[in-house]
Write a protein that binds this ligand. Sequence first.
Ligand code: PLP
Length: 421
Amino acid sequence: MTLVDRDLKVIWHPYTQMKIASPPIPIVRGEGTCLFDEDGKKYIDAISSWWVNIHGHAHPYIAKKVSEQLFKLEHAIFAGFTHEGAVELAERLLSILPANQQKAFYSDDGSTAVEVGIKMCLQYWHNKGEGRNKILAFKNAYHGDTFGAMAVSGRSAFTAAFDSLLFEVEFIDLPNISNINALKSQISSLKSQAACFIFEPLVQGTAGMVMYEAEFLNQLMKHCREEGVLMIADEVFTGFGRTGKPFACNHVDEQPDIMCFSKGLTGGTMALGLTTCTLKIYEAFLSDSRLKTLFHGHSFTANPVACAAALASLDLFMEAATDESIKRIETSHHQFKLKIKDHPKVKTIRQTGTILALEWQTGNDTSYFSSLRDTLYNYFLAAGIILRPLGNIIYILPPYCITDAELTYIYSKIEQALDEI
Ligand SMILES: *Cc1c(COP(=O)(O)O)cnc(C)c1O
């Protein structure tokens, strides 16, 4: 039996309609920007394996650090005990995050990092004896697949089966020059009910790489601050250089109370979630009463191997060469954008930092719409490029080690697709 046959017998894949999906491609190794299948066929991973990879696959430096850690300490309970990796990672990350971030809480992945952030906010008000429990979020947001994270995400096909069980959230539009004042009024009208506002800063990934301006986010955040509404910046996707700066919140002056990280945190090596917060949040849980404790924790909280991967990834992230690569990708994307923006098949093309998204002109035919997604996906796969369109939106989101030659190849295949499909 081939690996694919064995897979089809026992595996249920994520976000996959198992009845009609093509069989999965068996990957045997990764190197740099590329993944290689059983037959030795090479794929440029232009979406960083679901947005997690930042330094390339099977990076030897990360592999070495992870391997060394495995021989020292694989795991230890993190309640009542601590270890070097967890402390060093918190120290080093807090030193590069916005200055108000002072405490680090570990979890397992992006969804759990968000759950922790929401619970911190709601219990903050509970501990203070104030009845604020309304959460604000952007329409079409995506914050993860666990129940709390789903509840603060836009209602969509993803959530339809669960909508009746998701707690109520006040959804607001993305801010722009014409609606910013109305949004402020909307927030003010909730006044003493509004507990917190959770948002994906600058780019809504899952919504289709929807981008909005830092200036209006900043205004919205300032208004939340004035109204006493706590802010959670979900940087699970935008963190670690994606938007051209280390964190998307580096584009705004006002700072969130809480930040969530995962995906690029370990360089894409393994799962790890992190929620950071201000002293103001942290101190609301300090009490002689144990009832004010944050009762949350996962079996693998602050797993030392995951922390070792994150520390190694951070070493690479802090190298000047990484910043140069980010700038190089930004410039390169920008030039490509200028080159093809007027192509008749390009409905819109937008960029934030290393993220380039192209909306394909479809007309209104929805069946065509869905078949276009598969057509594009298969077209690029055949060309040895992994681009996983969100509907009619294709986006390039490469590991920072991508070479100019690889970028040029991807651009040329997109141009070819624009002419041929
Ligand atoms: C991917 C993502 C999450 C969820 O992270 P998982 O690790 O998949 O649970 C949360 N928020 C944002 C903005 C994301 O892009």
